[in-house]
Design a protein around this ligand. Structure first.
Ligand code: ATP
Length: 283
């Protein structure tokens, strides 16, 4: 019998398996820096796409990365995750230092998790098994054994956290778009990351659900003392969700400030081909 079906779901329902929460983060402005980019340049396919980016990301903050399609937002996210090595410049992480050695990269990646636009789930596997994949680096890659009980309980707790416990054993192919996105979020949360990266996490859900999920991200950041960097195309949502907006244009940071300062002019500078709508018009 697959170990999945022996799960102590009742315990999770009673909340007894929920991991201990860290203390809530303090206000973003006064929090220590978690991650620091110093004159980072990034190349893809031999082309330089980001040039000399310097950026401090504070603990407990929510940063929205915005900018035209193809400008390098996903590449910047992959750089923050340590998946993409800068062509020049340095990335430093609190408690680890400069990410220069394989060991420092591994330590950073262990504390990071990414939510992807297309969920990157395996449709034939259950929601629970997909969440467990988020813990793939916590056991031997060739292990033929069922997942250890402690990891399965962690996965159940992560599904409970996003309100999907009832669908834990359903194949992902039978879940709605919003439910799949929740599985993707649970798969990131199960890693108990301190840095959560999200690449257009609301791209395939309707506007009402996007609002709700954005609210859940805010709650998770607050309750789990997470730091969130999220790539968003929906600018209105970026304004409501984030406490800081970083806009990319021409390979550089063209805007960096609170949502209140991301006005129509700032928006028009980032998106010159798409003039800002008149006040009251949808974006
Ligand atoms: N694996 C890759 N190999 C080569 N070039 C790539 C690769 N991935 C992305 N690029 C190129 O790097 C540039 C930046 O891409 P990236 O996906 O980071 O942009 P983006 O701002 O996230 O775009 P979008 O908003 O459309 O998702 C683009 O010109 C893209 O074609």
């Amino acid at each position: 019998m697959n170990g999945v079906y022996q799960l102590p779901l009742e315990r999770a329902l009673a909340g007894s398996t929920a991991p201990e929460r860290a203390a809530p983060a303090t206000a973003a402005g006064g929090s220590p820096v978690l991650l620091s980019l110093d004159r980072v340049s990034v190349e893809r396919g031999g082309n330089r796409i980001l040039e000399g980016l310097s950026l401090d990301i504070r603990r407990g903050s929510i940063t929205a990365l915005v900018g035209p399609s193809g400008i390098g937002k996903s590449s910047l996210l992959a750089t923050l995750n340590g998946l993409l090595r800068p062509a020049s410049g340095t990335l430093s992480v609190d408690g680890i230092g400069r990410l220069q050695t394989p060991a420092s990269l591994l330590a950073h990646r262990r504390h990071s998790a990414t939510v992807f636009q297309e969920h990157a789930l395996i449709a034939r596997l259950s929601a629970l098994d997909n969440v467990l994949l988020g813990l793939a680096d916590r056991r031997h890659p060739l292990s033929p054994l069922p997942w250890p009980r402690a990891l399965r309980e962690q996965a159940v707790a992560a599904l409970a956290e996003v309100g999907l416990l009832a669908k834990a054993l359903s194949p992902v192919s039978r879940l709605s778009g919003g439910e799949r996105q929740r599985v993707g979020i649970a798969r990131a949360l199960v890693r108990e990351p301190r840095l959560l990266l999200a690449d257009e996490p609301f791209a395939s859900v309707d506007p009402a659900l996007a609002e709700r999920l954005a609210g859940e991200f805010q709650r998770l950041v607050r309750e789990r003392a997470l730091t969130l960097v999220v790539v968003l195309h929906q600018l209105d949502l970026a304004r409501r969700l984030a406490d800081r907006i970083v806009g990319l244009a021409d390979g550089r940071i063209a805007f960096d400030g609170p949502p209140a300062r991301f006005d129509a002019q700032a928006q028009a500078r980032l998106f010159p081909l798409h003039p800002a709508p008149a006040p009251g018009q949808p974006q």
